[in-house]
Design a binder for this molecule. Structure first.
Ligand code: NAP
Length: 306
């Protein structure tokens, strides 16, 4: 099977790449070779690559910046997946598209299920929802994987930001009234690889069993404050030298951002378990693994000393 993997330099794409490459033929075009902000070139590229499966974690992911760059966000997150999905449907090629908890408004206290009504609060969320709708309505075999609060030892993410700020400042103030499941890119990549292996050669049947949309995060729940405290404690216990050892809980209203975020981002994982038999690690265990990787990586690089 030949897989086209977009966004291979990103967190999820970067975690998927080595796992997929060990098992399949994988095409990993650079942003220049496959630019999602130029959707008019996509069909020609797909004719050239001739993939048997498209896996699309690439996205415009700057949530706050998107408020001022709506056209670009919709181009990359809505229009480009639409063109890919149309090509995929026309060629009977399955497509896997990554999406987000930010398609929900977060106003319910319940965990969000795949079929719950969407109502994004932000331009980013609306652009990702446009991508979901396009992929679904193209009519080909597809799986939309919604994830949340993604981080990794590499990349721009909350874990690395907390450690960096804690090296610079005496205290950290972190929002304590937004809840979700911190999720490692490694967890997503591992679960997705299992889904592919289980499907064997019947990806369409496998994706149909999940009704084309699946929630995939680490298990458990945390506020950003809980997550920050665990990061700081975990980093310290691994010998990372920090100035800030205290995390102070604040309210969302104390930390205004351009884009509104859902208060409750927790995704229900029942479908993942029932359809694919996958139970993901609790977020605290996944964080331990990622902090270990961060420390090993820090020991290897002069630019990010412990
Ligand atoms: N990060 C989160 O917390 C989070 C939460 C929920 C859902 N998600 C979803 O999960 C997926 C993966 O997220 P991630 O955290 O891995 O994102 P990421 O680290 O920001 O990576 C995004 C990737 O997309 C590429 N990209 C951006 N614009 C592009 C364009 N115009 N043409 C081609 N490639 C482009 C980037 O390329 P460069 O490397 O060249 O910049 C990067 O490789 C996305 O669909 C995202 O919406 C993420």
């Amino acid at each position: 099977m030949r897989i086209l993997l977009t966004g291979a330099a990103g967190q999820v794409g970067g975690a998927l790449r080595p796992l997929l490459q060990g098992r399949y033929e994988v095409i990993v075009p650079s942003r220049e070779q496959f630019d999602l902000s130029a959707p008019e070139a996509i069909t020609g590229k797909l004719d050239e690559f001739e993939p048997d499966l498209i896996v699309n974690p690439a996205a415009y992911t700057s949530v706050d910046k998107a408020e001022n760059e709506a056209a670009l966000a919709f181009l990359v997150n809505g229009e480009a997946p639409s063109v890919m999905a149309a090509w995929a449907a026309g060629h009977g090629v399955p497509m896997v598209h990554f999406s987000t908890d930010y398609v929900f408004d977060g106003k319910s206290r319940d965990l969000w299920r795949e079929d719950d009504p969407t109502a994004p609060l932000s331009v980013y969320g609306a652009s990702k929802l446009a991508g979901e709708i396009a992929v679904r309505s193209a009519g080909g075999p597809h799986l939309i994987i919604r994830t949340a609060w993604v981080y990794a030892a590499q990349g721009a993410n909350f874990m690395r930001t907390m450690i960096r700020i804690a090296k610079e400042r005496d205290t950290l103030r972190v929002v304590a009234d937004q809840f979700g499941a911190p999720t490692t890119a490694a967890t997503i990549a591992s679960a997705f690889t299992q889904i592919l292996e289980q499907a064997d050669s019947d990806l369409s049947g496998s994706f149909a069993r999940a009704k084309g949309v699946l929630h995939l995060t680490n298990s458990g729940s945390a506020s950003w404050f809980d997550f920050a405290r665990a990061i700081i404690a975990g980093a310290q216990s691994r010998g990372v030298k920090l100035k800030a050892t205290e995390v102070i809980p604040i309210a969302t209203s104390d930390y205004p951002t351009r884009a509104a975020r859902p208060a409750n981002s927790q995704l229900h994982l029942q479908r993942l378990k029932e359809v694919y038999g996958i139970k993901t690690a609790v977020w605290q265990d996944a964080l331990d693994d990622e902090l270990d990787a961060y420390v090993v990586q820090g020991q290897r690089t002069l630019h990010e000393p412990l």
